[in-house]
Structure formats: C-alpha cells, structure tokens
Design a protein around this ligand. Structure first.
Ligand code: ATP
Ligand code: MG
Length: 429
C-alpha cells in the first residue's frame, strides 16, 4: 500500500484546533454583522489575469507566490492568493454596484493559496476572513472599518492589539513620492537585496516593505511619505485618527507601512499581537483603502476599504493566550443501554433530544454499561442517561451527572426541562 503525505505547507486541523477555527469564524461573522455586513461567496479559482491586474505585477504574491496552471480547456487559472480580487470581480459580474445600495458591505471567509516557504504562521493553504466596503464616500467609512476589525480581534479574545497605520495619499502623491524614493535609493540599490533591486525598477514604494535588516537601515533614512501629502490628504487621515482616539484605540503611525499589494491608497493598516514573551507572528490582519480596484476589473470608479485576517495565525496565538477557554469537544448527554429492545428506545430518545437542541451520542456496539460509561467520560459528557428495561417500562430514566456522580430519576416528559435547567451554563455561553 502506498502511503500519502501531507502536502508541504498544508495542515490537517482536528479536535480542538478544528473546533476553534470554526468558532473564530462564528465570532467574526457575528461581530461584522453588527455593522451591517453580509456574506459573499466566490470561487477559489479565477483566471490568472484577474490577480495579476488587481493584486499587481510588482507584488510578491503575483511574482512568486501564485499557484497557477493551465486547465484542460487551455485557460490560465490560479488558485486565489487572497479573496478581494474575486469579490471585486463578482461585484462587477453581477452588477451589484448598480443594483444595490452603496456602500456594498460584504464579508468573506475561505481558503487562500500562496506558494510560500512554510514556517510558523505561514502556510501554502490558509484561511482568510475579511470584509470589503465598496462605494465609500467618507473617511468615516474607513474609520468604522478599522475599528470594526480591531474590536473583532478583542471579541475573539486578544487582550490587546497593536494597530499600525499609515496614509499613502492618492496616485499623484504616490507618483511624486516614488520619484523621490528612486532618487534616494539610486546610490544605495547596488548593495541592497535582490527583491529590492526588482522593486526599485517595478515599484520603489515596495522597498519600504523589505524585511532585510541591512536594507532596513538604509530605508530608515529615506524621505518620509508625510512630506508629500497634500492638506486634503492630511485632513482625510485626521478624521480617521481622531475617531480612533475617541474610542481609545492605541495606534502607531508607521510611515514605512505600505502593504504587500499594489492597489492601496489613502489609509493602510495592520493589526499585530505581541505575546508576553515578545513573539510576534507578523501581522494577524491587514487592510487598507483602494480607489481603482473595481474599475480595474471592469466596473465604475468606486472607492473601497477592507481588511483580511489570517485565521491560522489567530488560532495559534489564541491557543497560548486563553488555554483554559480554548474550545474542547463535549456532549450534553450520552445514552447507555443494553439489548435490542432498549436500543430502539435509546435511538428514538437520542433523536428527540437532538431535535430539542442537545448534543447527544450513543454507541451501537453491544458494549456493557461500564464500557459505554467510559466512552461517555472520555467524550466529555455532562450527563449519562440510562435506558434499562425498567426505565423503558416506567418511562423514567436515571440520569447521572458525570461530574458530581449524582444520580436522579426523571420522567420522560420532564427530560427536556431537566436538561435545560441543568445545562444552562453550557447553552448560554
Ligand atoms: P506577511 O507580511 O506576513 O506575508 P501579507 O502582507 O502577505 O502578510 P496579506 O496579504 O495582507 O498578508 O494577508 C492578510 C492576512 O492573511 C495576514 O495578515 C496573515 O494573517 C494572513 N496570511 C497571509 N499569508 C499567509 C500564509 N502564507 N499563511 C497563513 N496566513 C497568512
Ligand atoms: Mg506575504
């Protein structure tokens, strides 16, 4: 028999990890729906050109990280490296910008694929949860989106989050700034990394994103974006930072923050978490404002703002932060019986309990009471319900609290009320 290995850069999630990845999505969806965001679901693959045009030729994602192939019909296809491009394409394909109230407010959640060197917090298939607000008309749209992302992270349990923020101005400002950067880097570029040499030609702004420590020293002395911003652009940005201050959201102005994608303008931001021992897995989420993306994929000019969070990074950090609260598999009740006649009653009883919203399980393996009880305990069950011949005859069941070991007889008609009352803690989580 051949054995099959997990593909490099991918992972299997099970037990608590799978439960928690699920739970994270639930909390994030609930939080953004408070702000009027609704789901949008798009395919995991699109024509390659959608990504090269929207994410940008000069980005690392398009340059080095795409999973691309030619399908049997000869089409150039790529697995999505992020979800924004597909959402923009869907908005244009379905003319949502013309038939719905603006701004459009969508959230998405699903796998993204990047051919990266695997390391902690970096996979080749990972999950992004994100939002897009399309048709923004005020810096308050940006402010609200940034605050929403921040509070989502607090909702899922981060004790604190660092928000790094910067403004990139509009296209003209960026062109002027790029020219200034080019002039500044020209005498240094020969000594800088290969990526920077490429960025110098394709998009010198991107050099600011370099993580090489030697290059960072050169970058630290580069001219600052802020010298190139117009008064209007500064005023726009101030509305955003003022809102952050009203809500006591600590932010760090980082003038070298440019983000990895080509399409951003005005505000860009990243959420970071540094653990008590100083570990920082890199951004746990990031986003920004973009003006050209909808038109770039064939729609009208509409400004937008959005962010994306990486669920795996959130999950692995949360696991350390709130170990005790980390979701564990559990059952409300386990039915324990012997013999064929009781089996049918147990089967029906389990169905009834599930229809009433209880997490319920039982075995069909002909095991004795003790063995079934052991399974119930291993599966973190709150109550064992015994379905014996006497119980079936009398329509009363012995219920054992597996934590306290206390046992009580409860009539069939009172079962649901009894469990409701005694499981209150679980169900009101
Ligand atoms: P980084 O600088 O860490 O490479 P990025 O700028 O490429 O991040 P984005 O494109 O902004 O990341 O994606 C949004 C979020 O998705 C990131 O903040 C991160 O949490 C997550 N993410 C990005 N790439 C990966 C990956 N390869 N594996 C797991 N999560 C990822
Ligand atoms: Mg990256």
């Amino acid at each position: 028999m051949p054995t099959y290995q997990l593909q490099r850069g991918t992972y299997d999630a099970y037990d608590d990890d799978a439960l928690n990845l699920d739970k994270l999505q639930e909390i994030l969806k609930a939080t953004v729906s408070l702000y009027g965001f609704n789901p949008i679901i798009t395919p995991i693959y699109e024509q390659t050109e959608l990504f090269t045009r929207s994410v940008g030729e000069s980005s690392d994602i398009v340059n080095k990280e795409m999973f691309s192939f030619v399908d049997k019909g000869g089409r150039n296809i790529s697995l999505r490296p992020e979800l924004t491009a597909g959402v923009m394409r869907a908005i244009v394909t379905n003319k949502l910008y013309a038939t719905r109230d603006l701004p459009l407010k969508y959230y998405y959640c699903g796998p993204a694929f990047r051919y990266e060197r695997p390391q902690q917090g970096r996979y080749r298939q990972f999950t992004q949860f994100g939002v897009e607000r399309v048709g923004v008309t005020s810096p308050l749209d940006d402010a609200e989106t940034i605050i929403m992302g921040y509070s989502s992270l607090l909702m899922i349990g981060f004790p604190r989050v660092t928000l790094k923020i910067n403004t990139l101005g509009d296209e003209k400002t960026r062109d002027n700034y790029r020219a200034a950067l080019k002039e500044y880097f020209a005498p240094h570029i020969a000594s800088m990394c290969e990526d920077c040499k490429r960025r110098f030609e394709t998009n010198p702004l991107r050099i600011l994103d370099c993580k090489d420590p030697q290059d960072r020293e050169i970058i630290a002395k580069a001219p600052s974006m802020s010298e190139y911003l117009s008064d209007e652009e500064k005023a726009y940005f101030k509305v955003i930072t003022d809102a952050l201050e009203r809500f006591d959201i600590p932010y760090e102005l980082d003038t070298t923050l440019v983000r990895g994608l080509d399409y951003y303008s005005h505000v860009v931001f990243e959420y970071h978490y540094t653990s008590d021992d100083g570990t920082n897995l890199g951004a746990i989420g990031a986003g920004g404002h973009y003006d050209n993306l909808v038109s770039e994929v064939g729609g009208p000019m509409l400004s937008s703002v959005g962010f994306a969070l990486g669920l795996e990074r959130l999950n692995s950090l949360l696991k350390e932060i709130k170990q005790e609260e980390y979701e564990k598999p559990f059952l409300d009740c386990f039915l324990i019986y012997q013999g064929e006649e009781c089996q049918t009653v147990a089967f029906d009883l389990a169905m009834m309990l599930r229809f009433n919203g209880f997490k319920c399980d039982l075995l069909y393996q002909n095991k004795n009471y003790g063995a079934q009880l052991k399974v119930a305990t291993r599966k973190m069950t709150s109550f064992a319900i015994f379905v014996g011949e006497d119980e079936v005859k009398n329509h009363r069941f012995n219920i054992k609290n597996l934590e306290t070991q206390e046992q009580e007889a409860v009539a069939y008609d009172d079962l649901v009320a009894y469990l409701d009352e005694h499981l209150e803690v679980h169900h009101h989580d």
